[in-house]
Design a protein around this ligand. Structure first.
Ligand SMILES: *[C@@H]1O[C@H](CO)[C@@H](O)[C@H](O)[C@H]1NC(C)=O
Ligand SMILES: *[C@@H]1O[C@H](CO)[C@@H](O)[C@H](O)[C@H]1NC(C)=O
Length: 244
C-alpha cells in the first residue's frame, strides 16, 4: 500500500509537470491573464526547445567595416572577431566590408581609391575583397583575412595565409591586380558610405553599434535560444568570475 501511494505520488508529480509545460506554450492563457505568467530563463528555453532548426531563423547579423592596415582593426579582427566567427559561424549572418575610411574617385568611368594608410592599404583591401569573392565561404574568408592582417595584408601575406589553409593564392592576387578587384572595392565603398560611419573598426550586431570590447558576450546576448558555444561561455568559470 505504501508502495502504491508512492507510485501515485510520482504519477501526480509527472502529470503536474506535463500540464505546466503545456500551459507554457498556451498563448491564449498567457494573454487573457487568467493564468499566472510563467517566466522562463534562457536556460529553461534552451532545455525545453532545444532544436538545431531553431537557429535557421534566429541568426544574429554581424557586420564589420574595417581597413586592413588600421591597428584597431587588426587587433579586433585577430583577438575577437575571427575567434568568435570560427566558433559561432553557423549561427551568424556575417558581412565584411574591407574599405574603411577610403575614398572612391571616379574619372572617365574609371575608379581610383585613396586610402587612409596609403596605396598599400588600398591593395590590401582589394586582396581582402577578392578573398571573400573567391572563397565563397565567409567563415573561410574571415579566417584568411584575419591571417592577412597579421602580415600587412600584402602579396606575401596572401601566399603565406593561403598556404596555411591549403588554398591557392593566385586567383586572389590576380583579382586584386585587375578590374575585378577595382569593382569589388568600389562596391564595398558604396556599402560603407551607406553605413555612414566616422571610425573603424565599425561593428554592428543586429544593426546596433558595438564597442568590440566583449564581442563574444555581446553576440551571445542576442540569441533568444543560446547556441552551444554560448552556453559553454555562460557556464565557463571565467564568465562567472567576470560577471560576479
Ligand atoms: C565554410 O568553411 C567552413 C570551415 O572553414 C566549413 O566548416 C563550412 O562547412 C564551409 N561552408 C560551406 C557552405 O561550404
Ligand atoms: C551621417 O553621420 C553624420 C554624423 O556622423 C550626420 O551628421 C549625418 O546626418 C549622417 N547622414 C546620414 C545620411 O545619416
Amino acid at each position: 500500500m505504501v508502495v502504491f501511494n508512492y507510485i501515485s505520488f510520482i504519477l501526480f508529480i509527472l502529470f503536474t509537470l506535463t500540464t505546466a509545460r503545456f500551459q507554457i506554450g498556451d498563448e491564449s492563457n498567457a494573454l487573457d491573464g487568467t493564468n499566472n505568467a510563467v517566466h522562463l530563463s534562457k536556460n529553461d528555453l534552451y532545455f525545453l526547445n532545444y532544436k538545431y532548426e531553431n537557429y535557421q531563423d534566429a541568426k544574429v547579423d554581424v557586420k564589420l567595416y574595417y581597413e586592413c592596415l588600421c591597428q584597431g582593426c587588426i587587433q579586433f579582427d585577430k583577438n575577437q572577431f575571427n575567434p568568435v566567427v570560427q566558433k559561432l559561424n553557423q549561427y551568424l549572418n556575417i558581412n565584411l566590408y574591407p574599405y574603411g575610411n577610403a575614398k572612391t574617385i571616379e574619372h572617365d568611368g574609371q575608379y581610383e581609391f585613396k586610402c587612409q594608410h596609403g596605396p598599400p592599404e588600398c591593395y590590401g583591401n582589394k586582396l581582402h575583397a577578392c578573398a571573400i569573392d573567391y572563397l565563397q565561404n565567409i567563415t573561410k574568408a574571415v579566417q584568411f583575412n584575419a591571417c592577412m592582417m597579421d602580415y600587412k595584408s600584402n602579396d606575401d601575406a596572401a601566399d603565406r595565409c593561403a598556404k596555411s589553409m591549403s588554398l591557392d593564392s593566385s586567383p586572389i592576387k590576380t583579382c586584386a591586380k585587375n578590374e575585378r578587384g577595382t569593382q569589388l572595392l568600389k562596391y564595398y565603398g558604396d556599402e560603407s558610405k551607406k553605413a555612414n560611419f566616422s571610425f573603424v573598426p565599425y561593428i554592428l550586431i543586429n544593426g546596433k553599434l558595438n564597442s568590440g570590447d566583449n564581442f563574444m558576450e555581446d553576440v551571445c546576448a542576442e540569441f533568444s535560444v543560446p547556441p552551444p558555444p554560448c552556453v559553454d561561455l555562460y557556464s565557463s568559470p571565467e564568465y562567472f568570475h567576470e560577471n560576479e
